[in-house]
Design a protein around this ligand. Structure first.
Ligand code: SF4
Ligand code: SF4
Length: 365
């Protein structure tokens, strides 16, 4: 019981660091809190029985601590490309060995097999997702399976077909980076970006959405608070409201655990304590029961923390996702179960036994 209480306290503390400002009458079904609490209701109210049944089976397996999962992944984290048009100083893409674009044929095969079961999908990770030449067909295909999608973008670019195609694609939530209220401040982190382009593209998108009479995408502007931009928060509120965003979220930065980096980037305002390499153990991890992580180079892993243990997506597809209950997945589940009961180390080759992000990377659906 005390473990549960401290878990809830940490969750609350984390939530307090995210300051959100709503501009419009935000549709409750699109707010993360509502998403978190109403997964069953949303799937039920849409008559998505197969997804609901699958979600229940996976969650029951997790609840019972079973190393075999009765369901298939209900959450996908997909990386369309791993390159970008900007050069943000703390971004990891500069260290990647190759520039990859996720093959659309493999993506399509994946949705043929998993689409009926998946409730939510994030189409972003490292890189700018709107640079994928088929990002609009990818979003349309997901929508045709009734999957809710989120894309995070720097919005210095628009896909082929422009803002109208994006508004029509069926994407549910668009997270737009706005890390400064003047060009001078914005470009200190978003190196190579133009603030006016971001604002203009957001305006166009809000306009297209209105013309089409659609409620989506929900436009969530995200402001990562650094030392160099913490004095422009009030200005950012005005900019985000004026360009048609639905919500602005101020968020702590994720800064490497290094004194020099901290001094350079960490804000003085302690409201936005930056995340660092030191992760506190907290909660549990749902990834091996419910999530799957797909990289742009067509490999898959347990979660987005795990960079080492990867399988080719094609093998997973050829086997009809039999590996979902293969040796590695089972070892990961075993490690998580034993870790929760205080008996770490029974993890075989899976990385979970020593994972420092344990409990901090859970997805919400
Ligand atoms: S916009 Fe995103 S993906 Fe691109 S360099 Fe910046 S942090 Fe990395
Ligand atoms: S415990 Fe860590 S490595 Fe294992 S699935 Fe969860 S986040 Fe990934």
């Amino acid at each position: 019981m005390s473990g549960l209480i401290s878990r809830l306290r940490r969750k609350t503390r984390h939530a307090q660091q995210l300051k959100k400002i709503n501009f419009n009458d935000c549709r409750p079904a699109l707010l993360p809190q509502a998403l978190l609490s109403s997964t069953y209701w949303r799937l039920f109210s849409r008559g998505q029985w197969r997804k609901l049944f699958n979600f229940t089976r996976a969650e029951v397996s997790r609840f019972l601590g079973s190393e075999n999962c009765g369901g298939r992944p209900y959450f996908l984290s997909v990386e369309p490309v791993n390159y970008c048009n900007l050069k943000c100083p703390l971004c990891s893409i500069g260290y990647l060995p190759s520039r990859d674009t996720l093959d659309f044929g493999l993506y399509k095969r994946m949705l043929e097999q998993l689409g009926p079961y998946v409730a939510r999908m994030e189409l972003y990770k490292r890189g700018e997702p709107l640079l994928h030449p088929q990002i609009i067909p990818m979003l349309e295909l997901a929508a045709s399976y009734g999957i809710e999608t989120t894309v995070a973008t720097n919005l210095n670019v628009l896909p082929a077909g422009g803002a109208r195609a994006l508004a029509k694609s069926g994407v549910n939530v668009l997270i737009v980076s706005l890390d400064g209220a003047t060009q001078e401040t914005y470009q200190k982190y978003r190196v190579g970006g133009r603030l006016e382009t971001v604002l203009e593209n957001t305006r166009e998108l809000a306009r297209a959405r209105k013309e089409l009479g659609r409620k989506t995408p929900f436009i969530l502007m995200q402001y990562v608070v650094f030392r160099h931009n913490e004095h422009e928060l009030d200005e950012a509120v005005k900019l985000a409201r004026d360009c048609g965003a639905d919500q602005l979220m101020f968020k702590p930065a994720f800064i490497p655990d290094d004194k020099k980096e901290m001094e350079a980037w960490a804000p003085l305002n302690r409201e936005f304590v930056p995340g660092s390499g030191h992760i506190v153990e907290d909660g549990s991890c749902a990834w091996p029961w419910g999530g799957l992580n797909v990289f742009a180079d067509a490999t898959v892993s347990l979660c987005y923390v795990d960079e080492k243990c990867r399988w080719p997506l094609k093998d997973m597809l050829d086997s009809g996702f039999r590996d979902w209950n293969g040796a590695l997945e089972r070892a990961a589940r075993r490690a998580i179960i034993s870790r929760e009961t205080g008996n770490c180390g029974a993890c075989g080759d899976a990385p979970c036994g020593a994972c420092r992000a344990f409990g901090r990377t859970n997805f919400w659906i």
